[in-house]
Design a protein around this ligand. Structure first.
Ligand code: NDP
Ligand code: 8X3
Length: 252
């Protein structure tokens, strides 16, 4: 029987690459996101190219009711979820704290922290019943090191790191693995979202060095699910070779 992975934020970037990687490896997939047209296109692509089954759930992780309704709609035959990947997330704005934009803060906190909690809280009981499962949280290098004007985004990713550690403690008695993947710079739509559609500013982030691709993250993440039952990778920090830490890049 095919294993099942639920990937949040599968309409773009790392989430979409994860969907392809897990599909290549025979997983049936539950894919979520707000852009339903993209979800349907990805579903069609994955099912016709890899012969897997795909269930799409179109909701906003920021809204508890939407999360609960979506999870409650998962048919019984899809409820044995082996891998939950909390990937949906974003940065909005690059602003010093004293000029912070409340709406940007709320979008980041509600998506990156509360959304991850809502989805995890809804799925964990299904794993707990089976005494089996793997939760993978996509954190960031920004959760380990703070940079100027990163304030709230970095705070949300530090929260992801702490919540990941807390989950691992609380779930250890149920045989559930909990992994954080903390990427450095990955070229996706992330910067376009952060700079609110300013394409030039977004592109600049990746100029002068070779950034990671979403596929790089998907490959490493998938690897953590391939290990024997008694082996758990807890935390991976992965950067482009040209990125030494959150500040130091070797740029041309
Ligand atoms: P993208 O912008 O390419 O993808 C973000 C995904 O998150 C989209 O599928 C989007 O779907 C989904 N998403 C955002 N907000 C919501 C929401 N409210 N409800 C449901 N889904 C949502 O960015 P990345 O692929 O780069 O980002 C994925 C994760 O990786 C994020 O958590 C990010 O913080 C993290 N990360 C990214 C890095 C990078 O350099 N790119 C580095 C370190 C971590 P939709 O808009 O359709 O809802
Ligand atoms: C994304 C990486 O350095 O832009 O989490 O915060 S960074």
């Amino acid at each position: 029987m095919n294993k099942i992975a639920l990937i949040s934020g599968a309409t773009a970037g790392i989430g979409e690459a994860l969907a392809i990687k897990f599909a290549e490896n025979g997983y049936n997939l539950i894919l979520t996101g707000r852009r339903n047209d993209r979800l349907e296109k990805i579903k069609e692509y994955l099912s016709s190219n890899f012969g897997i089954d795909v269930l799409t759930l179109n909701f906003d992780v920021r809204h508890l009711k939407e999360v609960e309704t979506a999870v409650a709609s998962i048919p019984t035959s899809w409820q044995e979820i082996d891998v939950l990947i909390n990937n949906a997330g974003l940065a909005v704005g690059v602003t010093p704290i004293q000029d912070g934009v409340y709406d940007d803060w709320e979008r980041m906190i509600d998506t990156n922290v509360k959304g991850l909690l809502y989805l995890s809280r809804s799925i964990i009981p299904l794993m707990k019943n089976r005494k089996k499962g793997h939760i993978i949280n996509i954190g960031s290098i920004a959760g380990k090191q703070v940079y100027p004007n990163g304030n709230v985004y970095c705070g949300t990713k530090a929260a992801v790191q702490s919540i990941t550690e807390g989950m691992r403690i609380d779930l250890v008695n149920y045989g559930i693995k909990v992994t954080q993947i903390a990427p450095g710079a990955v070229e996706t739509e992330f910067s376009l979202v952060r700079f609110k559609g300013d394409d030039e500013a977004a592109k600049k982030v990746y100029n002068g060095y070779k950034p990671l691709t979403a596929k790089d993250i998907a490959d490493v993440t998938y690897y953590t699910t391939t290990l024997p039952e008694h082996v758990s990778i807890n935390d991976i920090l992965i950067t482009p070779t040209a990125q030494a830490n959150v500040y130091i890049y070797n740029k041309e």
